[in-house]
Design a protein. Sequence first.
Length: 199
Amino acid sequence: MIQDLLVWVQELGPWGIFTFLILCSFGLPLAKSLLLLLAGMLAHQDSSQALPFFLACVLGLHGGDFALFLIGWFLDESLFQLPVIRKIFPPKTVLKTKALIEEHGLFSLVIVRLTPYIRGACYLMFGSLRMNIIKFNAINIMVAAVYTFFFFVPGYLLVTQLENLKAISKYGNTLLTALLILLLTGIFLRWRWKKRKPK
């Protein structure tokens, strides 16, 4: 499957990656992590295309998120009462999403990127809650860039190891979540240690 997709995306180039990533936000049944890996593999074949492919990934991820944000912005919370939306995002999911955003604010953009099951509902909810558009864009682009880097680089470096790439695509979000938890724990422990240290 990866090889078939690789050939298909190769013909379309960075614009293909960008388009597929946006379509994934609207239900195209492809793993975004897989597309990011493929972009890295294609960049390996032609290193002059590395930056265009990387930017296509970041902007494709962000573009789909921002499109959902704008839909939520213009349709407000009444959006979640529409029968189609209620089917995709049941009231229970919407309530969880709202609680997450109210508790963590814009930091929830980091959590959402690693949680595919509520991701779409979150971006719609960010819009319906009228979150600051400039802050949303700035933070989401940074998060999308880090997420892209995490999958793009293995695709670039492990281009001949398809089995390893499949594993990264499958378990990448879990690994990235674990790394984020370790990083935050380290920062917290360092802060506590500095606070306790006598001056």
